[in-house]
Ligand binder design. Structure first.
Ligand SMILES: [Mg+2]
Length: 326
């Protein structure tokens, strides 16, 4: 790897990222020790990102680091967990230099502070393959209170946080699509793709108010479909109610076919959750409190499968949108 060498890299750039977390022992031991707070249990999740699959080699190293951490934090958010810390395995190809590693560690440090989630341990190794970052994030919830995918009931409202579709549209802009957009909108969408906002505060605020939750990584339809499958219910999405950013709205106004991308593209890292009818006002109020818009976009019903309605209330053919349900 770089001139720094593995041990110096860990000592100089990674050990400060523990931010003094007691069980991390400054990355000086073989393992870390970890205990949840009294009355809480650990929520553990893992997501890996690989160059050429999840990001491009030319992407800024600080943003690669932050996105790798944030996609994991998004899973903790969906489970209503408060971050505790994370473990990271870094597979580094030969051509990565010290400048890249320094920027990578700086980006990671920025988000470690922003989300209160220190590095607790991990591994670094050379690889003949592409750059790969595997992160295991840990959070905590009151014992027995992790928000599952399987609690949605017929009659519950389907709510989402923030705006939907920006991530996938941002990737399309990076790839050269939507050339007609004003540069402000292009940049907004690219930023949404490169730097998702894990909805940690919202996820925690909705514990006990929502009945099931998932973060939107595979696409709105696919992820709502996961809740349906696990909960044994069906869902109806009213596409006219889906909250769009100004940039997303501008894309859709020019190209109505972009609705397919908004419904099925991934990388939003917003939350999709079911809310019993009596709790909908509270769910929206929790969003206001943490400055995240919560929008009801449909409902769960008995049966199975997912129906998307257009503005006139007619079902949209999901197969025509390229949506494959497993
Ligand atoms: Mg997820």
């Amino acid at each position: 790897m770089s001139r720094l060498g593995e041990f110096e890299f860990i000592k100089r750039l990674l050990s400060p990222l523990t931010r003094g977390a007691p069980g991390a022992y400054n990355l000086s031991d073989d393992a870390a020790t970890l205990a949840p707070s009294h009355g809480f249990e650990l929520v553990v999740t893992k997501d890996a990102v690989i160059e050429g699959v999840h990001f491009l080699a030319s992407d800024p190293p600080d943003l690669i680091a932050r996105k790798a951490l944030r996609v994991n934090l998004s899973d903790l958010a969906a489970k209503g967990a408060k971050p505790v810390g994370f473990f990271m395995a870094l597979m580094i190809p030969e051509q990565i230099d010290d400048t890249w590693l320094t920027l990578f560690a700086a980006g990671l440090g920025q988000d470690i502070d922003a989300f209160g989630c220190p590095l607790l341990g991990g591994d670094t190794t050379r690889t003949p393959g592409p750059l790969a970052i595997s992160i295991t994030a840990m959070g905590e919830v009151k014992t027995g209170h992790m928000t599952r995918r399987n609690g949605a009931m017929a009659g519950d409202a389907l709510c989402v946080s923030g705006t939907i579709g920006d991530g996938a549209l941002g990737l399309d802009v990076v790839r050269g699509a939507h050339g007609h957009l004003v540069s402000e909108h292009k940049q907004f969408l690219i930023d949404r793709y490169r730097l998702p906002q894990p909805r940690l505060e919202l996820g925690q605020a909705e514990v006990g108010c929502d009945s099931a939750c998932i973060d939107i990584s595979d696409g709105l339809c696919a992820d709502v479909g996961h809740i349906c499958e696990q909960s044994g219910v069906a869902a109806i999405i009213e596409s006219s109610q889906i909250p769009l950013s100004r940039a997303g709205g501008a894309v859709l106004a020019q190209a109505p076919s972009a609705l397919a991308r908004i419904l099925t593209g991934g990388d939003d890292y917003e939350l999709a959750f079911s809310v019993p009818p009596a709790n909908v006002a509270a769910a929206i109020a929790h969003g206001l409190k943490v400055c995240v818009r919560v929008t009801p976009i449909g409902r769960f019903t008995s049966g199975q499968g997912l129906t998307v309605l257009d503005g006139a209330g007619h079902p949209v053919k999901l197969s025509a949108l390229g949506f494959q349900h497993r």
